[in-house]
Structure formats: C-alpha cells, structure tokens
Design a protein around this ligand. Structure first.
Ligand SMILES: [Zn+2]
Length: 306
C-alpha cells in the first residue's frame, strides 16, 4: 500500500513539473521592470530565481507610453516593480495612487543619482528646462541602479541574498570595465562633438566627459519635429566643424538624420539610447553592456572622423 502511494505521488509530481511553465512558477517572486536597462540588470542579478517581465513590449518607444488600467492590475500582481524615475515614467504616480497590493515593493532605480538639467540651445527659454531622465546612459549611474535593484531583491527575497550578491558583484565589475572603455574613447579624440538627429538622450555622458551634443530637437518627445531653421543651423555647424557622422536614435524612423545626411554627405550611425530594444535585438541576446560597448566603438570612430 505504502509503495503504491509513493508511486502515485512521484507520478503526480512528474506531471506537475512537466506541466508548469517557468513563468508561473509560484515559488519565485515576480519582478516587473518598466524599461530595458532595469530588465537586463534584474536578469543578470536574479537569473532563474525570479519571474521577470519587461512591462513595455519590445519595440515600444517609452516616452509616449502611458499606464492603462490593465498596466496597473499587472503591476499590482507583482512582488517588485522597478521604474527609472518620475521624469522618465510620469505615469508612475497613477500606478502608486491606484495599485491595490499589500506586498508590492516599488523601486525607483535612479535613487541616489544626481540629476542634471536637460541641455538646451543658447537663447532658449530657461523655464523650459527640466531634469534629464536618461540616467542609465552613464555606466556609473547604471551601477547605482544595479545596486538599488540588488537591495530590493535581497529585501524581498532574503533566501537568495548570496546568489544575488555574487551575480551583482560580477555585473559591477563589468560596469567598471565599461566605464574604463568610455574613459579610453574620450582620452584624446580629434573632436568631442556629437551631432545627434534624435531627442537628446546622452546628457549624462556629455556631462561626465565634457562633450558637446548638437541636436535639432529641443525636448524629449519623439513626436515633436525640429524646425527647418534648427536643421539648417545644424548643417551649417557640421560643415564648419568638418564632422562626417550623424547619429540617430533607436525605435524611431530617423527622417531628420536622413535629411541631414543627404545634405551633408555625412554617415548615419545608430547611437542606441537603450530605453528599449526590438524583439530581434532581444532574441539576439542584446544586453545593456553590449549596446553601450557598441555605442563606445561608434563614438570613437566618429570622434576620429573614421
Ligand atoms: Zn529618451
């Protein structure tokens, strides 16, 4: 009789294990992140110890995203929700006000980072200034974000603290290496001007390394088109500086960069802001570090007019 019960139990467990998809593993905590950098950091630190979801579907441009009632329900079912900051995800207030959960921990991953003002052209109205949300595009800021994520994981799931800490240490080392790569790019370039045909996302990098970023866009909204005047001014400046590269941003049709490239004969190069990735990039195994490494190589070439 005992043997039969054990056999039945084993059979039942096999069925359970065989049927349970990894995503609904109830023993694991559920983590949702708003943007790709946080998603990638959780993926590296927590690996298979959590059920992880990227809130924004791959390919979605995040500045135009808004939380729906469904978003709030989804976040309410999680153990941890990680966002960037209120400038990047202004809809977080709606989530905090409406989410119904006793267990949810909401993490502002930029906490502790010193914000800079969004760069503006000379003569632009001072009152238009706002803080720059794109903190993750500086590797040392990314390290602070990864630390905040680690702290949240450990507080909610202390049983796996050692595992999280070990993986985070490896990530911190990689981020230090990345920072060293950027130091090397900016050591002795021919020039330090980035001509960017997209919205201004690399302010933190510019701030750290004293770069000049020229863009015909004035705000973060990808829908606000630059004026013809701004485009003409930029083309004039490129000719004066003899710059041969125009960078463009991910996930948006680079029509402005294309116009400028056609007018100047400059090369169009993607400088990836890593807000989000496409499904193809996700499947190809893109990480925050792989994207930033590629950016470093492209900047090095551009700064040396290669
Ligand atoms: Zn942006």
């Amino acid at each position: 009789m005992k043997k039969i019960i054990i056999a039945l139990l084993v059979g039942w467990m096999l069925v359970l294990n065989g049927c349970a998809p990894a995503q609904t593993d109830n023993d694991k905590i559920t983590v949702i992140t708003s943007l790709f950098p946080q998603y990638d950091f959780v993926r590296q630190i927590a690996q298979d110890k959590v059920n992880l979801t990227l809130l924004l579907p791959p390919g979605v441009e995040p500045h135009s995203f808004d939380a729906t009632p469904q978003t709030i329900v989804t976040i309410g079912n999680a153990d941890i929700f990680i966002y960037t900051n209120t400038m990047m995800e202004p809809w977080i207030e709606k989530v905090i006000d409406n989410v119904k959960s006793n267990k949810l921990v909401i993490v502002e991953s930029s906490q502790g980072i010193e914000y800079i003002e969004h760069g503006h052209e000379e003569g632009e109205e001072e009152e238009d200034e706002e803080l720059d949300p794109h903190v993750w595009l500086d590797p040392l800021n990314a390290k602070i974000m990864a630390q905040n994520i680690l702290d949240a994981l450990i507080s909610v799931d202390p049983d796996n603290a050692g595992f999280y800490q070990t993986n985070a240490n490896a990530l911190f080392l990689e981020l230090d290496d990345l920072k060293a790569e950027y130091d090397e790019v900016f050591l002795d370039p021919t020039h330090k001007t980035i001509i960017y045909g997209g919205h201004f996302a690399f302010g933190y990098l510019a701030n750290r390394y004293g770069l000049e970023i020229l863009s015909p866009y004035t705000g973060f909204s990808p829908n606000a088109e630059p004026t013809p005047q701004a485009i003409i001014e930029l083309i004039t400046r490129m000719t004066e500086l003899n710059i041969k590269t125009i960078y463009y941003q991910e996930l948006i049709d680079p029509k402005t960069a294309r116009v400028i490239a056609e007018q100047t004969g400059a090369k169009m190069v993607l400088l990836h802001g890593a807000h989000n990735v496409t499904s193809e990039e996700l499947q190809a195994g893109a990480t925050y570090i792989s994207i930033m490494r590629e950016n470093a190589l492209k900047l090095k070439k551009g700064f040396n007019n290669e």
